[in-house]
Design a protein. Structure first.
Length: 208
């Protein structure tokens, strides 16, 4: 067996490559399907899968909502100079420090929502955008889902002019703690809890 740190490096390389293909794919349903298939394969076979051994043995694929091209939007990041540094609670209670750098206001299902965008103060930094929608605790994970987490490779890109973030909710995914309680994950803070049902991205299933 290889060293677990090298296995983790391999996991990260694969995720980075998957999101590079997503950015190149321009929001197509085919690109989304290929991403989901590759993610399922990693969950099933990779030694760094977030699934525990028992769940992995019974795994038959992550459940997703159908692809929704209307839930891929571009949104300008409204900067918040000197934004506050926050401690966002995690699933295990350990603090994680972020700085709120601005907000995006995408229209989802005809309704504008406001979502804070954070910068991770650690691991070399990165954009982080979690959210919790109206389906949380039922059809979606109760702790919220992630849309952007660039330090982990989840980077959907920007508009051609670099002025707007691409927010494709078809790629919203559950944090690792949704699959197994051994993981510690930041949860969506109150300011990113929205009253819109986001019927896109990853769903719940019994083994979460």
């Amino acid at each position: 067996m290889s060293h677990p740190r090298l296995e983790l490096m391999d996991w990260k390389r694969r995720v980075l490559a998957q999101y590079a293909r997503v950015r190149d794919g321009g929001g197509s349903a085919r690109t989304c399907a290929e991403f989901r298939g590759a993610r399922d394969a990693m969950f099933r076979l990779h030694p760094q899968s977030p699934l525990g051994a028992e769940a992995r043995a019974a795994f038959d694929g992550v459940p997703w909502f159908a692809h929704r091209p209307d839930l891929r939007v571009e949104a300008e990041l409204e900067p918040e100079p000197g934004g506050p540094e926050l401690v966002i609670p995690t699933s295990t209670g350990e603090p994680t420090r972020f700085t709120r750098i601005g907000r995006v206001r995408p229209a989802l299902g005809g309704q504008e929502v406001s979502l804070a965008v954070y910068w991770l103060e650690g691991y070399g930094g990165g954009l982080f955008l979690p959210f919790r929608d109206a389906l949380a605790g039922g059809e979606t994970y109760g702790g919220g889902r992630y849309l952007l987490d660039t330090v982990k490779g989840a980077d959907l890109g920007m508009s051609d002019d670099g002025a707007r973030l691409v927010l494709d909710f078809n790629y919203a995914y559950n944090p690792s703690c949704a699959y197994d309680p051994r993981w510690s994950c930041p949860l969506a803070p109150p300011e990113n809890r929205i009253e819109v049902a986001v019927e896109a991205g990853e769903r719940m299933r019994a083994w979460y």
